[in-house]
Design a protein around this ligand. Structure first.
Ligand SMILES: Cc1cc2nc3c(=O)[nH]c(=O)nc-3n(C[C@H](O)[C@H](O)[C@H](O)COP(=O)(O)O)c2cc1C
Length: 355
């Protein structure tokens, strides 16, 4: 009974359990396995060029006939960094590049080509993707709504949820401060927008008419039952799915999740120029202490891209960016379908115990 509500109706799923879109981590295999198990798999597609996005959507459709989601970013317009800022940050990174055997950077860090978001959005509409979700703002929604996509927007505050409702989304994802990955914040200041899920969800539920999906720190049936108790009609789990063998998570990142504790993560700008929650590593600590202002999003991420890739390949977690939520220590390395089944069973156990 707990699973029959507006979110499962709108998404067309058996259980209102969403595998969070995680750009770079959510393979078509992961997405399809979650959807096949009765949840909603979602593809983090923000960085995919249109051809790659089309191929990934086709792959998901080959692996499942159930609903799934595609997620995009609202990119900033033409971010700029001065030559001095790039030089200063590059100098701070030079010892790490040397350690990883990387040559001097050959190009200036660049943002995705202008028009990428428009092309991605047009493709989502054209492919009639069942569920479209987004973060970092509000994109133009007319085309995806005309195409019949169910639309999910990310909010980190009540004010953002109100804006999303006004813009015509169908469901709001309430991203609590516990959440791994980038903060979706697009209105308020970061420090004031780090609202914990226990505080955020009921305030949001009271304020808007749309159904709310809770995200952040949910790893098992206890978290799901708690979110339902707060008035959420669905949950979105990211970190919990990073340990699934179907995910694209590099092995050192998976190992770090197992080794994590409740105190392991920080919210930092140094990964991409936008605040993101990640396990603290030596590289993050050094960059934070350097006092250097990170380049504006996403140029900082572009400047670090080769370091990230090389560190993952060379199994150097100290030089990686290990995006994770505050409850990473509760990770379980289960195949995605089994994880969904386990979450459902645990939720039902908790609800029974409480009633
Ligand atoms: C590795 C990682 C990558 C993420 N990438 C995205 C993304 O591409 N788009 C998005 O909307 N949210 C992204 N998120 C945030 C999730 O949607 C969600 O808010 C978060 O995972 C919930 O917290 P949890 O990780 O504690 O479950 C990402 C989270 C993680 C951990």
């Amino acid at each position: 009974v707990w699973a029959a509500n507006r979110v499962s109706d709108l998404l067309g799923v058996r259980y209102p359990i969403v595998q969070a879109p995680m750009s770079g981590f959510t393979t078509p295999e992961l997405v399809a396995a979650v959807s096949n198990a009765g949840g909603l798999g979602s593809l983090g597609a923000a960085l995919l060029a249109p051809d790659a996005l089309r191929a990934a959507i086709d792959d998901v459709r080959r692996l499942t006939d159930r609903p799934f989601g595609v997620n995009l970013f609202v990119w900033p317009e033409a971010p700029q960094a001065s030559a001095e800022a790039i030089a200063a940050m590059s100098e701070a990174l030079a010892p790490y590049r040397a350690e990883l055997g990387l040559p001097e950077p050959q190009q200036k860090p660049s943002a995705p080509p202008p028009g990428l978001a428009d092309a991605q959005l047009a493709l989502v509409a054209e492919a009639r993707v069942p569920v479209f979700s987004f973060t970092f703002g509000i994109p133009p929604l007319a085309a995806v709504k005309d195409a019949g996509c169910v639309v999910l927007g990310t909010a980190t505050t009540v004010a953002e949820a109100v804006e999303l409702e006004r813009a015509g989304v169908d469901v709001v994802v309430a991203q609590g401060a516990e959440a791994g990955g980038h903060r979706g914040t697009f209105l308020g200041r970061l420090e004031r927008s780090l609202v914990g899920g226990l505080a955020l969800v009921p305030q949001m539920v009271d304020r808007i008419r749309l159904p709310v999906i809770a995200a952040g720190g949910i790893m098992d049936g206890r978290g799901i039952a708690a979110a339902l108790a707060l008035g959420a009609e669905g949950v979105q789990l990211g970190t919990a799915f990073l340990s699934c063998p179907e995910s694209g998570t590099p092995t050192p990142h998976m190992d770090a999740l197992v080794d994590a504790s409740d105190e392991s993560t920080v919210v930092t700008h140094v990964y991409s120029g936008r605040p993101a929650r990640t396990i603290e590593t030596a590289l993050i600590d050094t960059l934070e202490r350097s006092g250097l202002e990170p380049l504006p999003f996403p140029l900082q991420a572009a400047l670090l891209a080769e370091i990230r890739t090389a560190a993952a390949e060379q199994s150097r977690p100290d030089l990686m960016f290990l995006l994770a939520g505050q409850a990473a220590a509760l990770s379980r390395p289960l195949p995605a379908g089994e994880l969904v089944e386990t979450l459902v069973r645990e939720t039902e156990d908790v609800l029974r115990r409480l009633s």
